[in-house]
Write a protein that binds this ligand. Structure first.
Ligand code: 5CA
Length: 434
């Protein structure tokens, strides 16, 4: 992509409405624009990151055996009346009336719809277990939308639903998702601590939240420092049953569940920190299947309520959370796994024919070998180009200038470490395709 034609409205000044660094940087780097409180347009650069995160989430769901489908955003109120949540959900639910005066709503989550889908199509113990998910926009009329995409009103969620014959099997499904979440966040380079959580409006008795440590987090956590030895950010391989059970045995609680008087962890081993909740998983048994009659015939011919769980990841929230965890005073530092482009190509002297010819040639070559490149071919000074590349945070910057050309080298800068190397074109291509 050429920056001269790209729709990338960057801002020099810090927008006054943004209280946290991720919100400021998303606005400044031209990733999003707000259209109403808590509702955003995803501009081309922001959308690329969102899609990259979505893809990591999707791959790990598929790997865990979950099947992707796509449910609508607009739901009928009837299903929610059946489950009893239509009134209980309160003002957070955006309610809509259609032209026939039917009550509809913009879905804040999909337990009811998927339970209805299940009961209409699956009838036997042979049909379970099933893990189904979608990645779809949700709407919650949050009382205080804030921190940009981290607490929006419209937001992108991955939500999975599990259906099992009995509790034992439901716990197996729960742990499959627990592992998928550990792997997903590790692939994103994040330390996401699984803490025991309250089940709130979703209901149920077993629940974990996945929390990224950040000062701007809205949750308060208490955990045994022993969790640090698991090196959660490295758990991208197979995770065995032993690791799961020792991790689940470690004390880590949300504030509402933490009772200082009965905490089993010695004071010197107890850590407290603020966290951003990026995922939440629930096992809630037959709460919905009982209310909505979602039953299967067991091997003995008797009808039983299916055992269910639901598992959410805040895909759009993750964009903000990743920036909270990866930035410096100059801007964003994207982890390679989600970076919108791998390398930014800077032509230091737009007016110098040799520099422009070399930049154009390298731009072509990078594309030919499949490296995603953002080429700053604008007629502005080098300082502006450097500042802009630092702000948008691509992992690598390749700089072509007259001095380097004389020596036959391109400068390659690592955005995270700031290290610069002078490389021949071939070395540079090798490094970026390794
Ligand atoms: N049905 C269940 C699981 S599928 C559910 O809705 N869980 S949830 O309420 O915890 O939401 C799942 C995830 O969505 C949260 O962990 C959080 O990362 C994200 N999320 C929730 N509310 C918002 C919001 N207002 N803005 C951005 N992300 C949100």
């Amino acid at each position: 992509m050429r920056l001269s034609t790209y729709f990338l409205p960057t801002l020099k000044e810090n927008p006054s409405e943004a209280q946290v660094v991720s919100h400021r940087l998303m606005l400044r780097s031209g990733m999003i624009r707000q259209t109403s409180a808590g509702i955003y347009i995803w501009l081309p650069l922001g959308l690329k990151v969102l899609r990259n995160i979505e893809q990591v989430v999707r791959e790990e769901q598929n790997r865990a055996g979950a099947q992707e489908l796509l449910m609508p955003t607009i739901q009928s109120a009837e299903l929610w009346q059946e489950s009893g949540r239509y009134d209980a959900y309160g003002k957070e639910m955006l309610r809509i009336t259609d032209r026939h005066d039917r009550e509809m709503l913009y879905g804040p989550t999909n337990e009811e719809m998927i339970t209805d889908l299940f009961r209409n199509n699956l009838k036997s113990y042979k049909d379970v277990p099933k893990l189904l998910y979608h990645i779809q926009w949700k709407f919650r009329d949050e009382i205080r939308p804030r921190f940009g995409v981290m607490r929006g009103r419209e937001f992108l969620m991955k939500d999975t639903y599990s259906f099992d014959l009995d509790e034992e099997s439901a716990r197996v499904s729960y742990n499959k998702m627990y592992v998928a979440y550990l792997r997903t966040f590790a692939r994103l380079g994040l330390v996401a601590i699984p803490v025991k959580a309250d089940t709130g409006a979703i209901g149920g008795d077993l629940s974990h939240e996945f929390q990224i440590l950040a000062e701007t987090g809205e949750s308060t956590l208490y955990y045994d420092k022993a969790i640090e030895s698991f090196e959660l950010q490295k758990l991208t391989g197979d995770i065995d049953a032993e690791t799961i059970s020792s991790l689940q045995g470690i004390y880590a609680m949300e504030e509402e569940k933490h009772d200082p008087a009965n905490c089993p962890v010695a004071a010197e081993d107890l850590r407290t920190a603020k966290g951003i909740e990026v995922g939440h998983i629930f096992y809630f048994g037959d709460k919905y299947s009982e209310a909505m009659n979602a039953q299967v015939t067991g091997p003995d011919g008797k009808l039983v309520n299916v055992e269910m769980g639901s598992y959410g990841i805040g895909v759009s929230r993750l964009v903000g959370a990743l920036i909270e965890a990866n930035h410096d005073e100059n801007g964003i530092i994207w982890p390679e796994a989600v970076a919108p482009y791998k390398v930014g190509l800077i032509n230091l002297r737009g007016k110098d024919e040799a520099c422009t010819a070399a930049s154009e040639a390298l731009y072509q070559k990078l594309q030919n070998v499949g490296v995603e490149v953002l080429y700053d071919d604008r007629e502005v000074g080098g300082g502006v180009k450097f500042a802009n590349m630092d702000l948008i945070g691509l992992p690598w910057q390749a700089v072509i200038g007259p001095k380097g050309l004389e020596k036959g080298v391109v400068e390659l800068k690592n955005r995270r470490t700031g290290e610069r190397e002078e490389l021949s074109e071939e070395e540079l291509l090798n490094q970026l395709t390794a």
